[in-house]
Design a protein around this ligand. Structure first.
Ligand code: AMP
Ligand code: MG
Length: 346
């Protein structure tokens, strides 16, 4: 059985943090909470430990990890942070934004998938920050889920996916934002958004001026592999086929039921419909983001043929929500009943 320590998210006990830090220092894997989702952490300077992350997750070796730091100073030792990244970091860290920069330290190739760049983030979670400080080393950590599964927003999701391949789980309850960090590549001019997240594009543009948003960052089609290694993989996929509905949800649901199919509906932004299963996600964009992955996991436990989810406005954290939903649906979106029937092959 995997060891699970219940910790207070705001004020973890020193001995629990010390135990987890000792696991990191001895080359083990610790699942820990951040303000976005749970991470699966290893000492970023230990190649063998970092390689264990890929094995535990079933993660392809060409999908680089984010390196988590406890301060801007720690980040500056690892990566060449350009002035404009430092400016954003001073305002946004600790927080849900990751910078892709040129690497400075001799990190193991496995962490960065052999790239000359590294992704850096300082998480805004007391447990994560204290763990990194106590370990005295940056922590490489992707989300603590099996590759291709929704990211974990509570400890039970981690145990469900990874079980004994983790040495220790720090359980601090549900994570705050529920979607992964924003990623911006600041090695390019203008900076390029690689993944939308809780730190919004609107906020980034306030500080940086221009920010490029390639179509894949909106969740429109596959990523440009050279620009965003790892993003080509279809993340966050529920086992039940999911379709985004950009027209009246009640008539979409009726149409699907009329075909003799059992249908589940994810209810968001006040939109719901009578179906074989209804899963409440949230009414405002932050609540939706927070509950989204748990809703996708619950969806897989319902016995339905198809799931429908309404679209949300692509601004603020809504951009991240739509990006995850577009990927989870395999880019299937219907604007009317004819398109919906087309997607169902009827
Ligand atoms: P995850 O930790 O599972 O949320 O995934 C982190 C993502 O960060 C990866 O899938 C990559 O797309 C991205 N990433 C990490 N390092 C780099 C890098 N050096 N260059 C570009 N993207 C990166
Ligand atoms: Mg992930």
């Amino acid at each position: 059985m995997v060891r699970i320590l219940r910790v207070d998210p705001l004020n973890p006990r020193g001995e629990d943090v010390a135990e987890a830090a000792a696991v990191i220092r001895s080359g083990g894997l610790v699942a820990f909470p951040t303000e976005t989702v749970y991470g699966l952490g290893a000492d970023a300077f230990n190649a063998e430990a970092s390689a264990r992350i890929f094995k535990a997750k079933g993660r392809p070796a060409d999908n680089p990890l984010i390196v988590h730091v406890s301060s801007l100073d720690m980040a500056l030792e690892i990566g060449d942070m350009p002035d404009r990244a430092v400016e954003v970091a001073k305002r946004a860290w600790p927080g849900p934004i990751t910078f892709v920069v040129r690497k400075r330290a001799e990190l193991p190739a496995v962490v960065t998938a052999g790239l000359p760049t590294v992704a850096l983030r300082c998480p805004a979670h007391p447990v994560a920050l204290r763990l990194i400080e106590a370990a005295g080393t940056p922590i490489a950590a992707p989300s603590a889920n099996k590759a291709g599964r929704p990211s974990p927003t509570e400890a039970s999701h981690v145990v469900e996916d990874l079980g004994d391949s983790v040495d220790l789980v720090l359980d601090a309850g549900r994570t705050f934002f529920g979607v992964e960090s924003t990623i911006i590549d600041v090695t390019r001019e203008p900076p390029v958004l690689l993944r939308p997240g809780p730190f919004t594009v609107e906020e980034l543009r306030d500080i940086l001026g221009d920010v490029e948003i390639p179509p894949f960052a909106r969740g429109l089609g596959e990523a440009d592999v050279a620009l965003a290694p790892g993003m080509k993989y279809r993340h966050y996929a529920p086992e039940v086929p999911l379709i985004l509905v950009d027209f009246d949800l009640a008539s979409a649901t009726e149409a699907v039921r009329g075909l003799g199919l059992r249908v589940a509906v994810l209810c968001l932004a006040g939109k719901c419909a009578d179906a074989d299963a209804t899963i409440y996600v949230g009414s405002d964009p932050y609540e939706i983001a927070k509950n989204l992955y748990d809703a996708l996991r619950r969806l897989d436990k319902t016995k339905v043929d198809i799931a429908l989810v309404p679209t949300v406005a692509e601004r603020g954290i809504g951009l991240a929500v739509m990006n995850r939903l577009r990927k989870a649906s395999g880019f299937k979106l219907a604007k009317n009943e004819a398109e919906l029937r087309g997607l169902l092959g009827r």
